[in-house]
Design a protein around this ligand. Structure first.
Ligand code: AMP
Length: 150
């Protein structure tokens, strides 16, 4: 894969607001935050998407996500948090290096979960979550094929 901006940040070649680092992972403040405290947790392995990430780096991210989330909640006073992880351009991924967004959410602030246009157009995460259906037959068929690969 090509060298991403996050690889350059990991190597210290370009500046960042680093809030955490260990042998496998860094966490930095997002430069264009959706909300106060928006943080990116980034494995040092240069995998573009989650399906390319090694078990060790994946485990390292999982180990620190709750701890970093706790710190962010405490500092910002966030009442809720979204952990968002985009993989591929069709999923909205802009930087081709695995990263987890920790996006603090606040009661009564402008960003809201439903995506309703009632508030303002300022920064924030607005989710348009429109559920479909899953029949028992579909679940059985799909589940069978997925399980076979795991
Ligand atoms: P994604 O769409 O999931 O790939 O998100 C990429 C995120 O990286 C966006 O939220 C950007 O604001 C953030 N970002 C891009 N460049 C930098 C940077 N140099 N420092 C911190 N965050 C960055």
């Amino acid at each position: 894969m090509t060298d991403s901006i996050f690889s350059k940040i990991i190597r210290g070649e370009i500046p960042s607001h680093r809030v955490y680092e260990d042998d496998f992972v860094i966490a930095i403040l997002d430069i264009a935050p959706l909300s106060e405290g928006h943080t990116l947790v980034i494995p040092k392995e240069p995998a573009a998407t989650i399906d390319e990430l090694s078990d060790d780096h994946s485990a390292a991210v999982g180990r620190v996500l709750p701890r970093i989330t706790r710190a962010i909640k405490k500092v910002t006073g966030a009442t809720s948090v979204n952990i968002l992880q985009n993989n591929g351009a069709d999923a909205g991924q802009a930087v081709e290096h695995v990263h987890f967004h920790i996006i603090p959410r606040f009661k009564d602030r402008n960003e809201n979960v439903s995506g309703s246009p009632d508030k303002n157009n300022g920064p924030g995460l607005r989710l348009d979550w429109t559920p479909g259906t899953l029949t028992a037959e579909e679940a059985l068929e799909l589940g069978k094929h997925i399980k076979r690969l795991l």
